[in-house]
Design a protein around this ligand. Structure first.
Ligand SMILES: Cc1cc2nc3c(=O)[nH]c(=O)nc-3n(C[C@H](O)[C@H](O)[C@H](O)COP(=O)(O)O)c2cc1C
Length: 240
């Protein structure tokens, strides 16, 4: 019996010691952790909040760093872009227009007649050719163009207008473009190519037709003008 009681007491002692041993770490872990966990969660949350704020700050800084965006917008609002508009029947004026666009970093807009001029149409030695007819009938020179208005026209403050000389004047397909657009607040620079004639008063006549815009004197080039010649003229204009 004594043995039984001794065993029972030892078992009770072992159980109570075991229970104490488990409770203590559990108590520390539960109570300690229960006290520290929310703190560390708060820390995590607060860190993550900080990160979010830092990220917001960074993105705020990035937005500040992107100040070129508003400045680009203001450049556009002020204009600042260059457009090279041209009509070319046989390619000479097209080449010069390309050189100007390159030198000015400008955009190009080609005037394309809905009914293009064929070689026969351009034969000014043939009394029955289209150009001779149109030359002799100014009222029939309303040349319809594929496109007469330019996207984002308001962004351009410098507009070059190029054409071949036909009978000492600007080839009339450009008239359709001139009549259809408002050149207010734009600097317009005429240029032409010809076999031998000069610019003469072709630019002034276009300026009169437009009725708006600040028209510069302009420049005549030969049909085989080089890129360097054109670039030199552009540099001298101070309208890069
Ligand atoms: C109908 C017509 C009339 C022309 N009249 C003249 C002129 O009066 N004076 C001149 O020097 N060249 C004249 N030319 C020659 C063109 O102006 C010259 O070849 C020009 O570079 C052509 O440009 P494009 O290739 O862009 O069409 C005429 C050409 C054509 C087709």
């Amino acid at each position: 019996m004594k043995k039984m009681i001794g065993m029972l007491l030892s078992m009770i002692l072992i159980f109570s010691l075991a229970a104490c041993g488990n409770n203590a770490p559990a108590g520390k872990s539960e109570s300690g952790d229960a006290e520290t966990l929310p703190t560390s969660q708060e820390e995590i949350l607060s860190e993550s909040n900080q990160k979010t704020l830092e990220q917001e700050d960074v993105s705020g800084e990035q937005a500040t760093d992107e100040t070129p965006v508003p400045s680009e917008e203001s450049a556009e609002a002020e204009g600042g872009k260059t457009l090279v508009v041209y009509f070319s029947a046989t390619g000479n004026t097209k080449d010069v227009a390309g050189y100007i666009a390159e030198a000015t970093e400008g955009d190009i807009f080609e005037l394309v007649p809905v009914d293009p001029y064929t070689d026969d149409d351009l034969d000014y030695n043939d009394d029955n050719s289209r150009v001779v007819y149109e030359h002799e009938h100014p009222d029939d020179r309303n040349i319809e163009l594929e496109q007469v208005t330019v996207d984002n026209w308001s962004e351009y403050d410098k507009v070059f207008i190029g054409y071949p000389i036909w009978w000492h004047a600007a080839a009339w397909p450009v008239d359709t473009f001139i009549k259809a657009n408002d050149f207010t607040d734009k600097t317009v620079i005429p240029f032409c190519t010809s076999a031998s004639s000069g610019l003469e008063d072709s630019g002034e006549l276009l300026a009169e037709m437009a009725g708006t815009g600040k028209w510069l004197e302009g420049q005549r080039f030969s049909g085989s003008a080089s890129k360097e010649q054109v670039a030199e003229w552009v540099q001298g204009l101070d309208v890069k």
